[in-house]
Design a protein around this ligand. Structure first.
Ligand code: OXD
Length: 388
């Protein structure tokens, strides 16, 4: 696996944010509902987080953890107050070249628990790992490693709780394309005033009201996007893998096999799917050909769901009008990649999950750690077979 291709800065920012924000915390009696427990209760209610059907102590491999490895030394110092019987080890390292992952792998022997991300080396050397709390929403760093499935390691993640900020970002990308902000941003940087409107069509700007958005992947994040789009007066359609039910603000929920047909009527297509064997490469030439020439494609999920060469060709040929991309494949794009220079593309560096409300993540980690220690039902468990 190429780390530079897959890794986002989001977990690094997340860990740095935790270290800065949690230092003054004091030891709590876990029997009381302290500030973290109260915050977790609010997060569980707001996002309707799902509990595992059975308590974790019923798993044959469960035991009170003896060694917990986490991303970040400051975070380890903080977390140790919640697991005083365990050794909590913090690891430092750069994410972009995989240094963090090798540093974790060097410490993972004998660890029961990892709070971070997976890599094949971590899983290979972490023979005692029983529970991994991911520090992001996408679970593919774990679920694409066969040994995780073979060993049935318990994986929990940040499903649903990052929905609001990622949805805001998707809408921001849509508005950026609709109002030509990539063009005007470039003009601002060059100190150019392109002048008042001469003819209504000249800037090719568009309004979102009454346009149709197709949300591909109506999960926690997709639902937040759909809610915002409906609030803006858009018609919202969606696809999901498992069932046709959806909230009332989504006028039609189709199954995955309907996606190309639905894309043909959409003005904006947003990818909100997890990366799985089914979604890898699903946005290809056939998909972009089916879209309207006036339509835009937005990706706030994973770059590998898109055949990048096909997206570039569609943008160059005018098969689609524009793209707003928070994620790409490869990631980051090499300096000479054509997407950098395209006037109809807005790129952001995989930061959709960044937020001033990072505080939802920490209560979830602490709550899941407390549940694990007590052997209770865990929150936000990843279905390893499905991959999310
Ligand atoms: C995630 C992300 O949370 O990409 O998965 O930021």
């Amino acid at each position: 696996m190429s780390f530079s291709k897959r890794r986002s800065w989001a977990p690094v920012l997340f860990v740095a944010g935790l270290v800065l924000s949690v230092v003054p915390a004091t030891a709590q009696n876990a029997a009381e509902c302290d500030q973290y427990c109260q915050a977790a209760a609010a997060v569980i209610e707001r996002f309707e987080l799902r509990e595992a059907p059975s308590p974790v102590r019923e798993r044959p491999d469960w035991r009170p953890p003896v060694r917990i490895v986490v991303f970040g030394e400051g975070f380890a110092r903080f977390l140790s107050q919640f697991a005083p019987e365990a050794e909590v080890v913090g690891v430092e390292g750069r994410m972009e070249d995989g240094q963090m992952f090798s540093a974790v792998a060097d410490e993972i022997e004998g660890a029961d628990v990892l709070v971070g991300l997976c890599s094949p080396e971590i899983i290979e050397r972490g023979k005692d790992l029983r529970w991994i709390q991911l520090v992001n929403a996408g679970a593919e760093t774990c679920t694409t490693i066969p040994e995780v499935l073979e060993r049935g390691i318990l994986v929990t993640n940040f499903q649903r709780i990052l929905g609001p900020q990622i949805a805001d970002h998707a809408i921001a990308l849509m508005f950026g394309l609709a109002r030509g902000l990539q063009r005007f941003g470039a003009e601002q940087a060059a100190g150019t005033w392109s002048g008042p409107l001469r003819s209504p069509g000249e800037y090719a700007l568009w309004e979102v009201e009454e346009k149709t958005m197709l949300v591909v992947g109506l999960g926690g994040i997709g639902t937040e996007i759909a809610k915002r789009a409906a609030g803006l007066g858009m018609r919202v359609q969606a696809t999901r893998n498992s069932r046709r039910e959806g909230p009332e603000f989504v006028e039609y929920v189709g199954l995955a096999h309907e996606v190309v047909e639905l894309a043909a009527n959409a003005d904006v297509v947003v990818n909100a799917t997890p990366l799985t064997a089914q979604t890898r490469g699903m946005f290809d030439a056939a998909f972009f050909d089916a879209m309207k020439e006036t339509a835009s494609f937005i990706n706030i999920a994973r770059g590998e769901s898109v055949v990048t060469a096909d997206l570039v060709a569609a943008l160059e040929s005018g098969a689609i009008a524009g793209a707003g991309l928070d994620v790409t494949d490869p990631e980051p794009l090499p300096p000479d990649h054509p997407l950098w220079g395209m006037a109809n593309v807005i790129l952001t560096p995989h930061i959709a999950a960044a937020s001033d409300r990072g505080g939802r993540r920490l209560p979830l980690i602490i709550e899941n750690l407390r549940r694990y220690l007590r052997g209770d039902r865990m929150l936000s468990v990843v279905n390893l077979e499905r991959g999310y």
